[in-house]
Design a protein around this ligand. Structure first.
Ligand code: ADP
Ligand code: MG
Ligand code: MG
Length: 248
């Protein structure tokens, strides 16, 4: 699905990612952990194509196709979805308008007809309920005035509507109470399938009690310094990052 080779990236002239290697196969869930400032969000943003970050070396391919030169909207059409650590508000554009435009843009790219209004509404109502948000949220501006937890549920709602091939979640768990955390986890687990892959950036092990990853990677100072199975997350929970020679 995704192959990242020796990826290097900088922001405003400072190198943040210093050679990342990562292979994500279809159906796999990978967790990226690591202390604050290690480059987790940078990696997520670079994979999604945020132009504020400069790729200074290496390669990223999605199903064999290079992503580096691809603008962010085309990556989205190819099936890459990023749930932000700090979801953006889009006042004046309702959730419904936003989702319909996004879905139709993907469908147009694939040479498919626009989604019909009735089945779109049906799906939207189903998915908003799935993340425990009142259907009234569909008519509100995207994330406009939403609480932190509502924003994160809304990100999951978008993900469920768009059914991405590769979903990247950047600390979607941070600041959530246990109920909201379970909603997020259920959403991700509902999306899991042999054709889809998930990269979950998380600072805490807690989310991984509900979404069991296939692989865990520790990012520190722009490099993956350790990879393992799900037991690595438990080890980090127990021992912190110190034993890996990283300060928190
Ligand atoms: P993490 O998500 O692991 O906490 P980030 O990727 O957000 O880490 O940040 C990695 C480093 O890059 C930090 O030192 C941060 O200050 C720096 N950084 C991130 N974004 C920017 C930016 N837009 N401008 C300047 N520095 C940035
Ligand atoms: Mg951070
Ligand atoms: Mg971050």
């Amino acid at each position: 699905m995704l192959k990242v080779s020796n990826l290097q990236a900088s922001v405003e002239g400072t190198q943040i990612l210093k050679g990342i290697d990562l292979v994500v196969r279809p159906g796999e869930v990978h967790a990226i952990m690591g202390p604050n400032g290690s480059g987790k969000s940078t990696l997520a943003q670079v994979l999604a194509g945020n132009e504020a970050y400069d790729v200074t070396g290496g390669e990223v391919t999605l199903e064999g196709q290079s992503l580096i030169e691809m603008p962010t909207e085309q990556r989205a059409r190819e099936g890459v979805f990023l749930a932000f650590q700090y979801p953006v508000e889009i006042p004046g554009v309702s959730n419904l308008q936003f989702l319909r435009t996004a879905i139709n843009s993907i469908r147009e790219y694939r040479g498919e007809e626009e989604i019909d209004a009735v089945s779109f509404m049906k799906r939207a109502k189903e998915k908003i309920k799935q993340v425990n948000l009142d259907p009234a949220f569909l008519k509100r501006g995207v994330n406009e005035g939403f609480s932190g937890g509502e924003k994160k549920r809304n990100e999951i709602m978008q993900m469920l509507m768009l059914e991405p091939k590769l979903a990247i979640l950047d600390e979607t768990d941070s600041g959530l109470d246990i109920d909201a955390l379970k909603v997020v986890a259920d959403g991700v687990n509902a999306l899991r399938s042999p054709e889809r892959s998930v990269i979950m950036v998380t600072h805490y092990q807690r989310l991984l009690d509900y979404i069991v990853p296939d692989y865990v990677h520790v990012l520190a100072k722009g490099k993956i310094i350790k990879s393992g199975g799900k037991e690595l997350a438990l080890e980090l929970e127990e021992k912190g990052y110190g034993w890996l020679g990283i300060e928190e």
